[in-house]
Design a protein around this ligand. Sequence first.
Ligand SMILES: O=c1[nH]c(=O)c2[nH]c(=O)[nH]c2[nH]1
Length: 299
Amino acid sequence: MSQVSYARYGKDNIRLYKVDKDEKNGIQTVTEMTVCSLLEGDIETSFTEADNSVIVATDTQKQTTYILAKQNPINPPELFAAILGEHFVKTYSHIHAAHIKIIQHRWTRMIIDGKPHPHSFYRDSDETRVVEAVAREGKGIDIRTKIEKLLVLKSTGSAFHGFHRDEYTQLGETWDRILSTEVEAGWKWKTFKNVDEVRKVDFNAVWKAARDITLKTFAEDDSASVQATMYKMCDQILACAPLVDTVDYSLPNKHYFEIDLSWHKGLKNTGKDATVFAPQSNPNGLIQCTVTRKFKSKL
Ligand SMILES: O=c1[nH]c(=O)c2[nH]c(=O)[nH]c2[nH]1
């Protein structure tokens, strides 16, 4: 005998595009996203007894996504995810949780002859804004926002020395190295009671602040290590976003190796003379951390 211990189901890779047309000035604004909707609830019998009566079809979840996108703003994606999640939980009494993931793709407005173009855009990078929302019946809405695939590099201003050494250590110390990573940064919001509470939050401002902090700290920090630099990023995001409970980063250390070319006519290409490097695809370092506010003692 067996039983279902956990199940959820829904539609993944729902592609969605919405244009907002400002009739007054002719300016159009576009948003493109990929949505995943997964529902949880009293659905065990659909697995164990072929009871389809409890299934809100995955096609229905897709159609609902389109209809709610027509009836509501889809920007910020945090709000749209909350609207969609709350809809499923409120509409179907046997559905107790909805997991909505949104990947927002970049469409950056073109600048033509120095002026923002009213209706033309370009994809300036693979970077995405990712939102994961969970609406739970009677328990509110949990939201996490992420920056993914933001590729950065600095050609100096990074060191790595003083690390633990023993008989397994070969790596030399460096006071000047290349630092490159593909930023994955996330921040978890406090639990919201409902969509009305979600509506009041300026998610776009926090996303911009987190992204600006990431780039500015990466560029300006005299980096002692990936660990030390990423902690500074987390600390600043927590300081500027009171509704955010935790911040986390996952940073691959994308190595660039020096190449000794002295075998060729004594060419100098190491240490301070290094200008030609070999970018490495693997293996790579991977540094992850989650940072929260320190608990303040009332004493
Ligand atoms: O910033 C770094 N952190 C590490 O933990 C590490 N380990 C390593 O080999 N290089 C680096 N760089």
